[in-house]
Design a protein. Structure first.
Lengths: 219, 570
């Protein structure tokens, strides 16, 4: 008998989604203020939405140069998609970003209104708001999808808290091998999931449609 | 005790009373168990009540960092109640019945008389995991964890109406949308619990379980099944919240009656001595509430051991034989179970299917979603004997065990021999040397139809042949009834994938080029792929047409796209 290894013996279509989204809009009060917001005024640091304990409320800077609090300004009360990237990445980011551009196109004008997209730089020391602005321009990213930078320490805290980590510290420290996962969720429901950044755009849009609150009964 | 990674959990067994090599390696280790103070080779036992298992790395973000201490063995093992038939369904089964269902057409709009009818309400309930933790909100079939046990008899088809009564505005872990998979059931796609066939809160759906043998071959009989939620992207969260239960199937051979006069009947321990054991691992925050990390794509481990929804329960047994149906209902943990008195267990079924012959084992290894039925004979022990079922496989993260074997292991369930088996408890059961024979394989045809699948990690998510799950499009089609050989390969070195295929079971032909060991001889619906392993299986899909899935049953790998759709075509 061959000895085995260590465990030896162990032994709704897109159109429907869009309609559902329309219904959702009618039920929910659309957020009127587009992102990014103006510089945040000083405010209490206590964030108390349903998902407050899951997200560090670090300060980041948008590609338009505005300082924002990650949880309070970007996530709280919203339906969001979050991923990580860096502008100089020649390996995986270009395909991820290109795929997410298709996602943005499918969402259409919902992005920035009731669904928000965020891409956070893994290389904040090089990715200044200007670098990210150029990146946005290169990929024809439309308004409502915000690219973010910040201090390396804050970005690392955020990345690890959001599961973008590798158990191998060498791989974890190597941003070229970074994780291509898009977190998506609805903060109002504290409902969070994730899918590969390279998943079919129509599938990403469908799955977000299923948690965006349009299936809720108005409170 | 440290052993090399590739070399632990040797399957030690005796067949027909003859010990093989693995036994001679393991038995001395047991003989020198930590109760022997003169043995220098073993580390000192941990203080009583201390669990030697390291705290899972994934719990660092949990308030408290580890679950609160709980006193073991306080409560008896709960045995889930059996789901009872209902006289009628209201409203009646949909007039679209014939459109959705593939067999027994011609029943008209009322298929009720031909079928046993059941209802299952998927709803919240209040549950106590342990008396020292707060009673809390869970989700359960019929509001209980585990759900009620379904009991089926071959030849008696069933319709089960699943009502989704979860709160539509639910906030937190889980999504109030369900699709219930009858795991390893031989059923049509409509009733299979397909990941994207979602039942929303306030809706219901009727599943048809025909209780027929694949290929009309009684050797294809299924025994220990389970049902659980399969909602795409949220399966781990919904199962963690409690959406799982047992489904036991009986036939003339495995009849569930140890006094059955039918000479065909095996008369295995039955009734109150046929015990389902659902093992799960969970974590509880500093306030004692169940905790889960939705941002962990490798896998989730808890630091509390639960059996049938209770942390470390005890089970009082009579001096006689019992059948235990062990199920790993957890998210990402792989178990190696041993009895702390180094006694053998008699393995009779893998993935719920009776083996050709029973096998004596010292350990039962159990990957996610796998089932192993064992017989334990307590007649040999005096009243007052206490035996602990331990997990000896150290695991620190959701990817796989470390390779260390812990002895003593983590105490999971305590058996207390507290009475003689007299009167109604008298033991009429037997464990025949021959159980159920295997169906014949058509390897000549299968060799002409081969496919291969590589399971891998890619940019932090999980792929099959480099692809992520896409529920809209079948990755391939397979001709109904055509025998095939599939090669399943774990493309990576740092993780384990228990691969589950819907509709039909498979047979292991080769594992890493070698013939399958005794533990691989049965029929399987979950094939555990260790790092780098390659397994060739024989499989064919009969009876039904349409869409099914294959996926990794580490539920966080499944939820992060290690799944594919395949369609069975004429």
């Amino acid at each position: 008998m061959k000895r085995r290894a260590f465990l030896a013996g162990m032994g709704a279509s897109l159109i429907q989604t869009a309609i559902a989204a329309g219904v959702g809009l009618a039920e929910e009060k659309p957020t009127t203020a587009p992102m990014p917001k103006p510089a945040p005024a000083p405010r209490p640091t206590m964030a108390n939405g349903p998902s407050a304990s899951r997200f560090p409320d670090v300060t980041l800077t948008t590609h338009e140069g505005t300082d924002v609090r990650f949880y309070q300004d970007l996530v709280q009360g919203k339906v969001v998609l979050i991923n990580f990237m860096y502008a100089a990445c020649t390996n995986s980011c270009p395909t991820f970003t290109a795929n997410l551009v298709r996602v943005q196109q499918l969402f259409g004008d919902r992005i920035g209104r009731d669904v928000f997209m965020y891409s956070i730089s893994l290389d904040p020391e090089h990715d200044s708001p200007q670098v990210l602005r150029d990146y946005v321009k290169n990929y024809s990213v439309q308004p409502g999808w915000t690219f973010l930078t910040g201090s390396l320490a804050d970005v690392t805290i955020l990345r690890k808290r959001l599961g973008l980590r590798d158990l191998d510290p060498v791989i974890d420290a190597d941003k070229a091998q970074h994780i291509g996962v898009v977190l998506y969720g609805n903060e109002r429901l504290n409902r969070w999931a994730a899918c590969p950044a390279l998943a079919e755009p129509r599938e990403i849009v469908k799955y977000v449609g299923w948690i965006d609150g349009s299936r809720q009964v108005p409170a | 005790m440290k052993s090399s990674r590739r070399d632990f959990m040797k399957w030690s067994l005796v067949t027909g009373g003859v010990a093989v090599a693995g036994l001679s390696m393991l038995k001395p280790a047991f003989a020198q168990s930590p109760v022997d103070p003169v043995c220098p080779a073993l580390p000192p036992p941990p203080p009583p009540g201390t669990d030697p298992m390291p705290i899972a790395e994934g719990l660092q973000g949990m308030p408290g960092g580890r679950s609160p201490a709980t006193t073991p063995w306080l409560e008896p093992l709960p045995i889930p109640s059996v789901l009872q038939q209902v006289a009628s369904l209201n409203p009646p089964v949909s007039p679209n019945w014939q459109e959705n269902h593939q067999i027994n057409k011609g029943w008209g709009s009322d298929p009720g008389p031909q079928n046993e009818l059941y209802e299952m309400h998927i709803k919240p309930g209040m549950h106590s995991f342990h008396p020292e933790l707060p009673t809390q909100d869970v989700w359960g079939f019929e509001g209980i964890v585990p759900g009620p046990t379904m009991v089926s008899l071959y030849g008696h088809p069933q319709i089960v109406r699943f009502h989704n009564e979860l709160p539509i505005n639910h906030v937190g872990i889980g999504v109030p949308e369900t699709t219930t998979h009858n795991h390893n059931g031989h059923q049509e796609p409509y009733s299979d619990g397909h990941p994207t066939e979602i039942v929303r809160s306030g809706e219901h759906r009727d599943h048809h379980y025909p209780q027929i043998f694949a290929g009309n071959d009684p050797r294809e009989a299924l025994g220990t099944l389970w049902y659980h939620d399969h909602r795409v992207d949220f399966t781990a969260q919904n199962v963690y919240r409690g959406l799982a239960g047992f489904h036991l199937c009986f036939d003339d051979v495995d009849s569930g009656n140890e006094q059955d006069p039918n000479p065909q009947a095996l008369r295995l321990p039955s009734g109150a001595f046929d015990i389902p054991l659902m093992f799960t691992d969970m974590a509880f925050d500093s306030s004692g509430m169940a905790w889960f990390d939705p941002f962990n794509f490798d896998g989730f481990l808890g630091d509390k051991w639960l059996v049938n929804g209770k942390i470390q329960p005890h089970f009082n047994v009579a001096r006689r034989k019992y059948r235990f149906r062990m199920l790993n209902g957890g998210i990402s943990r792989i178990y190696g179970f041993e009895l702390n008195n180094a006694a053998f267990m008699t393995l009779i079924a893998t993935d719920g299917n009776l083996l050709p012959a029973p096998v004596q084992v010292l350990e039962v290894a159990l990957g996610m979603a796998q089932r192993r039925d064992v017989i334990i004979d307590f007649s040999q022990y005096p009243i007052g004997t206490e035996i602990i079922l331990e997990n000896v496989l150290e695991q620190k993260d959701g990817r796989m065990p470390t390779g260390n074997v812990l002895r003593p292991g983590s105490p999971v369930l305590k058996f207390i021999v507290d009475r003689d088996a007299v009167g109604a408890e008298q033991d009429f059961s037997q464990v025949p040397l021959s159980l159920r024979q295997m169906p014949v394989m058509d390897l000549a045809t299968a060799q002409q139809h081969q496919r291969s699948f590589v399971f891998n990690r890619q940019n932090g998510a999980w792929t099959i042949n480099g692809n992520f799950y896409d529920g809209e499009i079948p990755t391939f089609t397979v001709k109904q009834g055509q025998p095939e050989i599939w090669t399943l390969k774990n493309g990576g070195g740092g993780w384990v994938h228990p691969v589950h295929i819907h509709l039909e079971e498979s047979r292991i032909l080769l594992r890493n080029g070698g013939l399958p060991g005794p533990e691989d001889q049965g029929r399987h619906d979950v094939i555990l792929l260790e790092p780098g392993e390659e397994v060739k299986i024989y499989i064919r899909f009969r009876t039904f047409l349409g869409k099914y899935v294959m996926h990794c049953h580490n539920l966080l790998h499944e939820d992060h796209a290690m799944m594919l759709r395949f369609d069975v075509v004429p």
